[in-house]
Design a protein around this ligand. Structure first.
Ligand code: ATP
Ligand code: MG
Length: 738
């Protein structure tokens, strides 16, 4: 039973066995903090110190909570029930259900999603006569969330803090918003913590009850707690004398990456002050990664100032390993090809796909990798987000393009006819539907006819007429200037892009990411000869969305990768403006840059055996190329820990059958030469295809066929069971390999 203790090193064991009093485990990545927390949990139960429901444990994600539950169960040899184990929000929601009446709610209160929150706030502001053009509700919501992150109820917001918004009326709006929530018996996400903290602050009898029941508190990823979370923890942990304050927090200041969500690194520094007799344990041996990976990460993070300072040394017996690879590529497409080839080679060598991760800085980056993996038939999972072509803004844009191409596409038309809002209420939409049904014509045709009559009110009628005239004009643009220009024009003139730009201006934090995705969509279109070709391609991509069982490549943002580990980690897009992000550069300060560097540190330290960092020398925007400067973080990696590969080095590499250098499926394509280690890349990609006329090929959607013509990287293929088509060669495989 005590086997779980035997596998710990002395420092870890000390952290597990020091059960009385406050304990802070401050240690670098991969040193076993999470493992210590799990072992400690099990130890509390095994030693009889606590019963399962007497331990309160906080994890950063629901997934981490599940994992901890499973591991504790495994150590105990039986499933454990009745645990208070989850994220701050999940734990608070559960507590608040039992105490809801103390904040004027009932136990069945609703938790509102962001849309509902925003609508409610808007109503409140309208009722208060606020000029929403000047003071949009999004900005107000951000302010309210900041207050909530700091544990400030309306009553606790001081006049001095109410200067940012709506001419000092922010506090009053906040108060009215909270009042409306109460009337609706609802709470927003931030309320879960705010209400619970307020209850603990103002109801000593409730606090005393929790003090009796939660005898031990465990907190993972402590460096990313915000103020209200900290207050909540402190209230629960500060049990009155002579009760011991049994709180154990584990964290790493170098991995604090959520300051934009209000996380406060100072919470670590406060710990020793707030908890009398706090003990600090440091763990220094990293059991996750090889020596070069650790060396690279340590060298990078050493550039940050104001660190608490920790030692990190390899703790694995087999810590020697490959150096970190830094690969320079021509453009993002080649970058995706490089990643795809290496993963393909890994699969052939029998590697487990779920041990391979692609970690990106922003969501829009995933598109090229997703398409590459699909072409190669490599299943992948998008962790903590949606696949590119499933994202709402991409679907909207695609719907515009589908209507452009095919006016009878009713589903697509329905999606966009009132997006952005054109003032078509239910009755307007019904009128279009009724006419379409009565006349047996497509919705778009019905709409075109309806704008000529007076069935619609003047405003929506004008808006709809503009849309229909727009489509006619955009089709001409498509004929004349091609599909990429047409698509850009559609998104622009339909008001769709403007809608998200507005959102961005209103400080909707998601909006910028959505705009980036739209740009990425236009970029993707450039790879296709026509709109039809592109639409077919996307249909194929979506269809490919298999329910494949078994292992999949893991794709996610760096933020979502915190706490996780993989054998192989790809870190693409290390370019100035992308990583570090443009935002952090614009802010100019060292602070934002240091957070980006911590994010890079988190990324590298996810890897057990291999880390492959890459950057592209060019990014294409609307068909024009612009040079990209390699990320400063690349230069900050200690030279002795990395090998740098350019195109030339990469090609030589492919000829040697090593695990990740093995000839991939598409290696026959000539690769442009990039001087190894050189940042400047001059040559354009060689665009000739490896196929010749007469070759037998296979395409995932159209099946087998014979090449009838080749031009650049496009092949005309006479398919056995489909019409002749012109396709990019990268969507074709030699028939022998299919
Ligand atoms: P992060 O900072 O990334 O959250 P962490 O400090 O929480 O990392 P863990 O995830 O707990 O680190 O551990 C990293 C890896 O090292 C895990 O695979 C874990 O099982 C392993 N490990 C931890 N301690 C030991 C040990 N004493 N012996 C062998 N393996 C260990
Ligand atoms: Mg951890």
């Amino acid at each position: 039973m005590s086997q779980y203790l035997d596998t710990l090193n002395p420092e870890q064991r000390e952290a597990v066995e020091t059960l009385d009093g406050p304990l802070l485990v401050l240690a670098g990545a991969g040193t076993g903090k999470t493992r210590v927390l799990t072992a400690r949990f099990a130890h509390l139960l095994v030693s009889g110190r606590a019963r399962p429901w007497e331990v309160l444990s906080v994890t950063f994600t629901n997934k981490a909570a599940r994992e901890m539950r499973e591991r504790v169960g495994a150590i105990l040899g039986r499933p454990v029930e009745g645990l208070w184990l989850g994220t701050f929000h999940a734990l608070c929601a559960r507590m608040l259900r039992r105490r809801a009446e103390l904040v004027g709610l009932t136990s069945s209160f609703t938790i509102l999603d962001t849309d509902d929150q925003m609508r409610l706030l808007k109503q409140v502001m309208q009722a208060a006569g606020i000029d929403l053009k000047r003071w949009p509700e999004k900005g107000m919501m951000a302010e309210i969330q900041r207050w909530k992150d700091r544990g400030l109820t309306p009553a606790r917001v001081t006049a001095a803090e109410d200067t940012d918004y709506a001419a000092n009326r922010g506090r009053a709006i906040y108060e009215a918003y909270q009042q409306r929530l109460r009337e609706l018996n609802a709470a927003d996400f931030g309320d879960l913590l705010l209400h619970m903290t307020e209850i603990l602050r103002t109801h000593p009898e409730v606090l005393a009850e929790y003090h009796r029941s939660f005898r031990y508190i465990l907190v993972d990823e402590y460096q990313d707690t915000n103020l209200v979370q900290y207050l909540w923890l402190r209230l629960l942990a500060q049990r009155p004398d002579p009760e011991p304050q049994n709180i154990c927090c584990v964290g790493d200041d170098d991995q604090s990456i959520y300051s934009w969500r209000g996380a406060e690194i100072e919470n670590i520094l406060r710990f020793e002050k707030d908890f009398r007799g706090a003990k600090v344990v440091r763990l220094e041996a990293n059991y996750r990664s090889t020596r070069p990976i650790l060396g690279a990460a340590a060298g990078l993070i050493a550039r940050n100032t104001g660190r608490l300072g920790k030692t990190l040394r390899p703790g694995r017996a087999d810590a020697e390993g490959e150096k970190v690879r830094v690969v320079s590529l021509w453009d993002s497409e080649e970058e995706a090809r490089m990643v795809g080839e290496r993963i393909e080679a890994a699969r052939r060598a029998g590697h487990d796909l779920s041990e391979i991760a692609i970690l990106v800085r922003t969501g829009a980056q995933t598109r090229s990798f997703e398409e590459r993996l699909i072409v190669l038939g490599l299943p992948y999972r998008m962790v903590g987000g949606q696949k590119f072509y499933e994202r709402a803004e991409v679907r909207d844009a695609m719907a515009y393009l589908r209507v452009l191409h095919q006016p009878a596409d009713d589903l697509a038309f329905e999606r966009i006819v009132n997006t952005p809002k054109r003032g078509l209420g239910d009755s307007g939409l019904r009128a279009i539907h009724d006419l379409a049904r009565a006349e047996q014509i497509p919705l778009a045709a019905a709409a075109a006819r309806i704008v000529e009559g007076d069935a619609l009110k003047p405003k929506p009628r004008t808006a709809l007429r503009e849309l229909m005239q727009g489509f006619a004009r955009w089709r001409q643009v498509n004929e004349k200037d091609g599909h990429v220009v047409a698509a850009a024009t559609v998104l622009e003139e339909s008001g769709y892009t403007a809608m998200w730009q507005d959102e961005a201006a209103r400080k909707n934090i998601e909006a910028q990411g959505r705009l980036d995705n739209l740009k990425e969509l236009l970029r993707a279109m450039g790879d296709f000869a026509s709109l039809a070709g592109f639409l077919d391609h996307v249909a194929l991509v979506m269809e490919n969305d298999e329910n494949a069982e078994g292992a999949r490549v893991q794709m996610m943002t760096l933020h979502a990768a915190k706490g996780l580990e993989f054998d192989t980690v790809f870190l693409p897009g290390w370019e100035e403006g992308l990583f570090p992000s443009q935002r952090s550069l614009d802010e100019g300060g060292e602070k934002a840059l240091e957070e980006e560097r911590r994010l890079a540190y988190v990324g590298i330290t996810r890897a057990r055996k291999r880390a492959i960092i890459s950057h592209a020398a060019n990014r294409r925007i609307y068909g024009t190329w612009s040079g990209a400067i390699p990320s400063r973080f690349l230069q900050e990696l200690p030279e002795e820990m990395v090998t740098r590969e350019g195109g030339a080095a990469a090609r030589a590499q492919r000829d040697t059958p090593s695990v990740f250098g093995g000839a991939g499926l598409l290696a026959r394509r000539p690769t442009r030469v990039i001087e190894a280690g050189a940042w400047e890349v001059r040559e354009r990609p060689a665009q000739t295809t490896g196929f010749r006329r007469g070759d037998r090929v296979f395409h995932e959607k159209f099946g087998y066929g014979t090449i009838t013509d080749v031009a650049d990287d496009r092949c005309e293929v006479a398919f056995d069971k489909a019409d002749t088509k012109r396709l990019l060669d990268r969507f074709l495989k030699p028939a022998s390999e299919a």
